[in-house]
Design a binder for this molecule. Structure first.
Ligand SMILES: [Mg+2]
Length: 366
């Protein structure tokens, strides 16, 4: 039988507790200790926690005082973004030794398409091993990896043997892997969506698969279509090395500089409302959400996140913008906040029409 979909070999590489690991590596006295990057100031929020801190329930986006309550020995470290960017660049150089098809998701995560690669290595699994070893040799840091036929499954798989591990989902394992997958592990399903899924009786990929496209569309809108396809192993979105930076945004300058994140959340709500209005007006949606922060000393910071599907609804945009706000400690009081959406659906040529994935007796090195 023939294969309906062109099979790709995709690796998702994800650094382990990246910011915290960089700090522990650079300051050996922090090694083996519970540390939190960010969160040290009065109203601060943790942006990354070491594995030692996670054992005590310290998580990113957690208020610093709660983190300290959970873990009294917690050491707060100020973030050093320039250093993280530098390490991130070193890691990307390693990726480019294998392929030019590298799509970074953030400083510490990227998708690689190694279907055809510069080393002529047919095994994506061995390439992932190689890359993780090279990252360790060059930076002293560990990474985890997921390997499969598309970005969605690779991303989910990279979480399985974390930290310092990897998992391959071979083509013939894809269907059962997805059916057994806990709905909370689906990339793109956050807490709110998971709750909604539960109420609809969807707990695993298998449950999800039993729902019709119409049903999912009715309950989840555009994301419903995405869920419908990914659970069938269909995720045709390729690894995109060059993003077109066209975007839509909204921003606000404040009459007084803000230093409390509580007030900022309120402002973000207004900005997201305005952005949604603009998106609805021009009938567009996007995948990459960028939070722009201008400090009182006029320095500018941007933080981005790319979702696996298009969004235009305020709730989803706001949820991501908040996450980005909490990602790291603010360096100063803030005079302007902005949210923009890029990777727009207007840039997309006609979507490939997804077909059911058929994997039969496949001779495919993974
Ligand atoms: Mg990571």
């Amino acid at each position: 039988m023939e294969l309906d979909l062109p099979l790709r070999k995709i690796i998702h590489v994800d650094m382990d507790a990246f910011y915290a690991s960089v700090e522990q590596h650079d300051n050996p006295e922090l090694k083996g200790k519970p540390i939190a990057v960010g969160g040290g100031s009065k109203r601060g929020v943790v942006s990354a926690a070491s594995y030692e801190a996670r054992k005590f329930g310290v998580r990113s986006a957690m208020a610093g005082y709660i983190a300290k309550r959970n873990c009294p020995d917690l050491i707060f470290v100020r973030p050093r973004f320039d250093r993280y960017k530098e390490v991130s660049q070193q890691i990307r150089e390693i990726f480019f030794e294998y392929t030019d098809l590298v799509e970074p998701l953030s400083l510490d995560e990227a998708y690689l398409d190694v279907t055809e690669n510069k080393k002529g290595n047919p095994s994506a699994t061995l390439i992932a091993k190689d890359i993780r070893q090279k990252i360790f040799d060059k930076t002293g840091l560990t990474a985890s990896a997921g390997v499969s036929i598309n970005k969605f499954i690779a991303k989910v798989a990279s979480d399985y043997n974390k930290p310092n591990g990897q998992k391959t989902v071979n083509p013939e394992e894809v269907i059962s892997f997805l059916e057994e997958l806990d709905i909370r592990k689906f990339y793109g399903v956050g807490k709110v969506t998971a709750e909604k899924m539960y109420k609809l009786g969807v707990f695993t990929g298998k449950d999800l698969k039993e729902k019709s496209l119409e049903f999912l569309d009715q309950h989840f809108g555009k994301s419903g279509r995405y869920y419908y396809h990914v659970v069938r192993g269909v995720h045709t979105s390729g690894v995109k090395p060059h993003r077109i930076p066209k975007s839509v945004g909204a921003e606000r300058t404040f009459s007084e500089n803000l230093s409390s994140e509580v007030f900022m959340l309120e402002k973000l709500d207004h900005i997201a409302t305005e952005l949604e209005r603009r998106l609805v007006k021009s009938k567009i949606a996007g995948k990459t959400i960028t939070l722009k922060i201008k400090y009182s000393d006029f320095t500018l910071q941007t933080r981005s996140k790319t979702l696996p599907y298009f969004v235009s609804k305020k709730e989803l945009i706001l949820e991501t913008a908040k996450e980005l706000l909490y990602q790291s400690e603010l360096e100063n009081s803030v005079r302007l906040l902005g949210i923009s959406l890029a990777n727009l659906n207007t840039e997309k040529k006609k979507e490939e029409s997804p077909k059911e994935l058929v994997v039969v007796q496949l001779k495919f090195d993974f």
